[in-house]
Design a protein around this ligand. Structure first.
Ligand SMILES: [Zn+2]
Ligand SMILES: [Zn+2]
Length: 360
């Protein structure tokens, strides 16, 4: 069997390749890609900002797919739910080794031997392709009946990333006042989780009105425009939270100057969780004394675990009727147009772009 894939052959060079589709190995699964989410990380990987990559690779770590063939011995997904061909699934796209210190002792991701990409000429789980070949031990989870693929794809790995942050750095408390810097997929996910967790205020900071509106549709109680000065932004936030300031600030902006601003706006006894700066290499000055005087806790997280992917998918499916998640998918591209998909993701035109292999 043959298929096609968008292959990043080197930095800034995507090609559409014909690829062999292999039957699943024992314990694995072959999945027809229904939607492949396009992530800001893909932009950083393609441009080389995320460091050396094992080219040629197939991008795409936010797949929703339909099982076309199950490997020998597979009767359930990795949560024990029975599966058959035709079922919709997502997969946790970081291959873990299951035999290292992180995997077996710390039980944390990523692991020392994590594999994000397989060579494009080999069986491959990248979702910028019409099929994804899931190896044995790559967790996949069946979508609940009625789940809308677009609703699950809308926040992509942003939702597992936000959940990973709350796992590592503590959850949103009931009644908390929360500020989220940046209304991309990670920030929107943090807004949705905070609103559902019973936060008293969920304040979003961003520039474009379309992104602020998306945050409101997911539960933000107030918006603060980046067009205001930093001082005006802080004043507006403190007007909303009261003079103690926000209990929780979440960095999902992905730009370095967000960091000193986040420290500045954090409230007394607050927490500041860094999620968006994975692709922003560099330093920023902060007054360290503020950490003491505010009793401020700063933490960070990345690399969602399989649990975070599972919980994110279930949460999106549960929320799809209550908030307009599926509508966040604003742009669809064929596999051959993956370069365009990266462009609208990079320049912020898209709230969410997806690869739809049925588009020829
Ligand atoms: Zn992603
Ligand atoms: Zn490992």
């Amino acid at each position: 069997m043959h298929g096609i894939a968008s292959v990043l052959v080197e930095k800034n060079r995507l090609e559409t390749w014909g690829v062999d589709i292999h039957p699943p190995e024992p314990g694995g699964a072959l999945v027809r890609t229904v939607l492949g989410g396009v992530c800001g990380s893909d932009v950083h990987i393609a441009s080389g900002e995320a460091g050396e990559m094992p080219f040629p690779i197939i991008l795409g770590h936010e797949g929703v797919g339909e099982i076309t063939q199950l490997g020998e011995g597979v009767t359930t997904d990795y949560a024990g739910v029975p599966v058959k061909t035709g079922d919709l699934v997502i997969w946790s796209p970081i291959a873990l080794c299951h035999r290292c210190y992180s995997c077996t002792i710390l039980q944390e991701t990523p692991c020392e031997n994590s594999q994000f990409f397989e060579n494009a000429s080999k069986p491959n789980w990248g979702s910028y392709a019409d099929y994804a070949w899931l190896p044995n031990n790559m967790p996949f989870y069946r979508l609940p009946d009625g789940a809308i693929p677009e609703a699950v794809a809308a926040l992509g790995c942003g939702l597992p990333t936000a959940l990973r942050g709350f796992d590592r750095c503590g959850p949103v408390g009931f009644g908390d006042t929360v500020v989220v810097q940046g209304a991309g997929p990670v920030g929107l996910s943090a807004v949705l989780v905070a609103a559902q967790a019973g936060a008293r205020e969920v304040i979003i900071i961003d520039g474009p009105q379309v992104r602020l509106d998306a945050a409101k549709s997911l539960g933000a109680t107030a918006t603060v425009s980046l067009n205001l000065s930093a001082e005006e932004r802080k004043r507006k936030i403190y007007d909303l939270t009261g003079k103690n300031g926000p209990d929780l600030v979440i960095e999902a902006a992905g730009v370095l100057p967000a960091f000193p601003e986040g420290v500045d706006i954090s409230g007394n006894h607050g927490r500041y969780i860094i999620l968006g700066l994975w692709g922003a290499i560099g330093t920023q000055p902060i007054p360290p004394r503020e950490l003491s005087t505010k009793n401020l806790t700063i933490g960070g997280a990345s690399f969602p675990s399989p649990k975070n992917y599972y919980q994110g998918m279930q949460f999106a499916a549960r929320m799809q009727e209550r908030v307009p998640l599926a509508e966040l998918v604003s742009h669809r591209f064929s596999i051959a147009e993956a370069g365009e998909a990266l462009k609208v993701t990079k320049n912020g035109v898209a709230t969410k772009a997806v690869i739809d292999p049925t588009i020829k």
